[in-house]
Design a binder for this molecule. Structure first.
Ligand code: NAD
Length: 524
């Protein structure tokens, strides 16, 4: 039984000492969460997590040992039997409690995100809220789990039930430290699975707080376990026979490895990968609205969103608006994530900053015009931060490296075409397919775009068309491996399997027996 009412939760911020420990007098370490306990890893190798604005080491993350991974898998496996048999009403109630607990602790979560990931505070709150919406939607789990039934012959019924898979694993990227675990954890748990979660080794703090909140609201021990690391941990999660399904979100190289290894070991796998998202701007679009939308979607979160707009395709005379767009980009404030008025914070690492800067240079060398150069931007209070200011490249062509590769930074490539057909051809030839948007006042052009574009998530006057969790996240082409998408009904399908039962209860065997029950059943 879970006894803690959420109203009794002390804010996690006050209890974070329980999640971290001190190694000597130096840096705090991030613990493992195994079998309901936060435990210090016995790892011999550790990864430093740096605050991207200051380079201060904020925590050290263990490369979980083989023995600890085994403990976590054993715990998840042994918790599965009882957890999978808990009533749907109890699991629904836990979602409602978790929803409440996350809301009550958004400040602690957001501060952890800013400290480890670098994004600005308001955006960190957005990270949490978009994840929380998945919890909200999973509070409606009874509806999602309904089966079908048909009387197929006299006294014979065939019906379907959705059953959990067993132990499942989630592997997360760095860019949404709360939302990514929350794409996985609520759906996996509410459908009756037990979970091994691996947050990004670059910013595990939010996932640790979520684990604490799960424990606080009464998720039984073993149902959620958090392990850390990179290669060995991922290889364990994609090969251990107890693990039945793997959810992955991250870059292409790791994603392909995870998908191939997990499927070779007979597991279900859903893998969301990299992206190159285009906005097509037609000359009849609302100019102010369009330019504001593109600026926010290209440079917000320092471009480190898988749905960031990284290419703006200007059709015909719409290209004349680019100087206005540059002025908007120039007006954005680059600063530490906790600073008031900051629009974009630092990139995750010096390596990411260096790579993005090199891609900008490669475009310039290949003939693109650098209209706004964010390299070398100075941020007074944070001289050591990984800052790249908004950068705008014009006359980018499809053969340039900065067009072909995902920059994952605040860099917008502008491309000019003559017609909507040319714009569609460009977007459709791109190997990625996370998102594409059109800006226009013409219903006919919008309709043609949405019908003919080959991208999984389409925006019409919407720059970042990420579906809310009553739908699913439906990237396609090179942005997705697998066939069952994250969250929403697809997410429930991913974490469950159908069982079809045919039963015969013959009328002639029906007997009335026993006494009537007069109380109202509570079903808990
Ligand atoms: P990443 O691929 O470096 O890391 C993702 C996960 O894989 C991490 O947990 C990491 O520990 C692990 N990993 C990294 N390298 C590995 C390797 N060689 N072998 C095994 N595991 C490995 O990704 P990232 O840099 O953390 O995140 C950014 C990427 O994620 C971008 O490409 C972005 O587009 C993508 N992303 C995609 C979506 C989407 O929904 N399509 C959402 C968010 C982020």
């Amino acid at each position: 039984m879970y006894r803690l009412g959420c109203n009794k939760l002390a804010p996690v911020a006050r209890r974070q000492a329980g999640l971290f420990s001190r190694m000597g007098h130096t840096t705090a370490t991030t613990k493992l969460f195994i079998d309901g306990q936060f435990v210090e890893s016995q790892a011999t190798e550790w990864i430093d997590v740096h605050n991207p604005a200051t380079q201060e080491v904020v925590t050290r993350v263990p490369k979980t040992t083989a023995g600890e991974l085994e403990e976590a898998a054993k715990s998840a496996q042994s918790a599965f039997g009882e957890w999978s048999r808990t009533s749907i009403m109890r699991r629904q109630k836990l979602m409602l409690d978790l929803q409440h607990a996350i809301r009550a602790n958004t400040d602690a979560l957001a501060e952890s995100i800013v400290r480890e990931q670098g994004k600005v505070l308001s955006d960190a709150h957005g990270d949490i809220m978009r994840g929380l919406q998945v919890v909200d939607s999973m509070a409606g789990i009874p509806e999602y789990m309904l089966g079908t039934r048909l009387e197929v012959a006299a006294d014979m019924d065939t019906y379907t039930v959705r059953e959990p898979l067993g132990v499942v694993a989630g592997i997360c990227p760095f860019n949404f430290p709360a939302m990514m675990p929350l794409w996985m954890l609520p759906v996996a748990l509410v459908t009756g699975n037990t979970l091994l979660l691996k947050p990004s080794e670059r910013d595990p703090g939010a996932a640790m707080i979520l684990a604490q909140l799960c424990a606080d609201v009464g998720v039984p021990r073993g149902v959620v376990n958090v392990v850390h690391g990179v290669h060995e941990t991922v290889d364990f999660l994609t090969s251990d026979a107890r693990i039945k399904a793997v959810s992955f979100v991250g870059g292409n190289a790791a994603g392909k490895h995870v998908y191939e290894r997990a499927t070779q070991h007979g597991k279900r796998c859903q893998a969301n990968l990299g992206a190159k998202n285009h906005a097509v701007v037609l000359p009849d679009a609302n100019r102010e609205f369009t330019l504001n939308s593109i600026s926010g979607a290209a440079f917000g979160a320092a471009g480190q969103r898988c749905m960031a707009l990284s290419v703006a395709v200007f059709v015909g005379s719409a290209g004349e608006w680019i100087p206005d767009l540059v002025e908007r980009a120039r007006g954005l404030r680059v600063d530490g994530g906790m600073e008031k008025g900051a629009d974009l914070g630092p990139m995750i690492s010096p390596g990411a900053l260096h790579r993005a800067s090199e891609l900008v240079q490669s475009a310039v060398d290949a003939g693109a015009s650098l209209l706004l150069d964010g390299r070398g931007v100075r941020v007074e209070k944070y001289p050591r931060g990984n800052f790249l200011g908004p950068t705008v490249l014009d006359h980018v062509t499809a053969d340039m490296k900065c067009y072909q590769e995902e920059v994952f930074g605040p860099v917008l490539s502008c491309v000019h075409v003559g017609t909507l057909e040319e714009a569609l051809a460009l977007v459709n030839a791109n190997p990625y397919g996370n998102g594409a948007s059109v800006f226009t006042q013409s219903g006919a052009c919008a309709r043609r775009f949405q019908t003919e574009v080959n991208a999984g998530q389409v925006g019409v006057n919407v720059p970042i068309p990420v579906p809310l969790p009553m739908f699913s996240f439906t990237g396609n082409k090179g942005s997705f491996l697998g066939d069952t998408n994250f969250y929403g009904r697809s997410g429930v399908n991913f974490y469950t399997q159908l069982k079809t039962i045919t039963s015969l209860w013959r009328k002639e065997d029906a007997k009335v027996d026993g006494q009537s029950a007069v109380h109202m059943p509570t079903l808990h």
